[in-house]
Design a protein around this ligand. Structure first.
Ligand SMILES: [Zn+2]
Length: 158
């Protein structure tokens, strides 16, 4: 058995009139991510971390944004698909850690719902998922409320 880690990163611009989907949960806010799918940075970065740890490429390879099938897609579907690929390759998910970077709103109150949604999609326990949030201290695109980003790391055994 070996232990492998994968890293994931994602960023989306924020615009008015879009739902703010993070970790499969809609967070009430007046802006949301612009993207081909629902723009869920946490789900996207996590999908990349899982695929990376398993050496299975990246989210763009499996879910091209030129494919109409993924337009407006619920990004938990990406995680569920990645989980299936991991199962097929003989990997199990040991631990997931993530940080979401967003100036507003506060995400802490939504973490329990996000962990529940992510755990369900990945077939793991909520206790195997760590979520954290940071602001960008008012600097750059994120600090001005123009973007949202996420960094994730996943540890697999296989
Ligand atoms: Zn994305």
């Amino acid at each position: 058995m070996s232990v492998r880690c994968g890293i994931g990163y994602d960023l989306h611009r924020l615009a008015e009139g879009r739902k703010l989907m993070i970790g499969g949960v809609e967070v009430p806010f007046d802006k949301g991510p612009v993207g081909h799918s629902d723009g869920d940075v946490l789900a996207h970065a996590l999908t990349d971390a899982l695929l990376g740890a398993a050496g299975l490429g990246d989210i763009g390879k499996h879910f091209p944004d030129t494919d109409p099938k993924w337009k407006g897609a619920d990004s938990l579907k990406f995680l569920e698909h990645a989980r299936g690929l991991l199962d097929g390759a003989g990997f199990s998910i040991d631990w997931v850690d993530a940080v979401v970077i967003l100036e507003r709103p506060k995400l802490g109150p939504h973490f329990p719902a996000m962990r529940a949604a992510l755990a369900k999609s990945l077939g793991i326990a909520e206790e195997q998922i760590s979520l954290k949030a940071k602001t960008n201290e008012g600097t750059g695109e994120i600090g001005r409320g123009e973007a949202i980003a996420a960094h994730t790391i996943a540890t697999l055994e296989g």
